[in-house]
Write a protein that binds this ligand. Structure first.
Ligand code: DC
Length: 225
């Protein structure tokens, strides 16, 4: 077993997993892997180079050659900051398409494993605990009711000055849940070895505290700052 600890965090869309995983990484001084950003970067690079979202072999080549960097709080593609660009609708849709191809997932495997470094890693995303880091020291599956998730997304969009209705967001989330759960490559599911954390009535800080407590119990240490 690799001695460098990994905490794997997964959950449905808008479950707050990104915010919570980053808080846990900060508290422990661990590295942080946003694996979804890698799939979004593959989609952006493919869109820019004209590779079709249906071309599995072509997309795997894009994934293999991806010039991705994470520093200064930004995501970079070939030397250009693309933090906002990878969050737009085209990249979000593209990411969910490219992520369904096993060849793309395989091409990103070594790159994701390279994030594992001392003193530890918090890895967020679909198959972190099942495929990429099966020997994770702690696996957590975050959930929240679809209503709570729609509410969170609503506030997030409002904060960015984007108008949306709760009804539309609810419908989108229900559709995305169904698609994510039904797909054959790395479907969304709560693995039996993952701790289940329902954050419907919890803040991100409370959820992070719960995870830190589980980590200390499992790891027998207390190295949170
Ligand atoms: O977490 P996110 O919304 O940034 O993820 C973008 C897309 O990539 C989403 O469709 C889920 C998918 N994904 C995946 O299949 N495996 C991962 N490890 C991370 C994300």
């Amino acid at each position: 077993m690799n001695a460098v600890p990994v905490i794997a965090v997964d959950g449905p869309s808008a479950s707050g997993k990104g915010t919570v995983a980053q808080l846990v990484a900060e508290r422990l001084g661990f590295h942080y892997l946003d694996s979804g950003a890698l799939y979004r970067l593959v989609a952006l690079a493919a869109l820019r180079s004209g590779v079709s979202m249906q071309d599995e072999a072509g997309l795997a080549i894009v994934a293999d050659a991806l010039e991705a960097r994470f520093y200064d709080g930004e995501v970079w593609l070939a030397g250009e900051p693309v933090t906002d660009a990878i969050r737009d609708e085209a990249c979000s849709n593209g990411a969910s398409k490219v992520a369904a191809f096993p060849a793309v997932r395989a091409a990103l495997l070594a790159r994701q494993r390279a994030f594992r470094g001392a003193p530890g890693l918090v890895a967020e995303g679909r198959d972190m605990g099942s495929v990429v880091f099966p020997d994770s020291h702690l696996k957590v599956f975050l959930t929240a009711s679809v209503e709570a998730r729609a509410e969170r997304r609503y506030k997030q969009l409002k904060g960015k000055g984007i108008t949306a209705t709760i009804g539309t967001l609810l419908k989108d989330l229900r559709e995305r849940d169904a698609r994510d759960t039904a797909r054959s490559a790395a479907p969304l599911k709560h693995c039996p070895d993952a701790y289940l954390l329902d954050t419907t009535a919890m803040s991100a800080a409370e959820a992070a505290e719960r995870i830190l407590a589980w980590y200390r119990e499992a790891h027998g240490g207390n190295n949170a700052r």
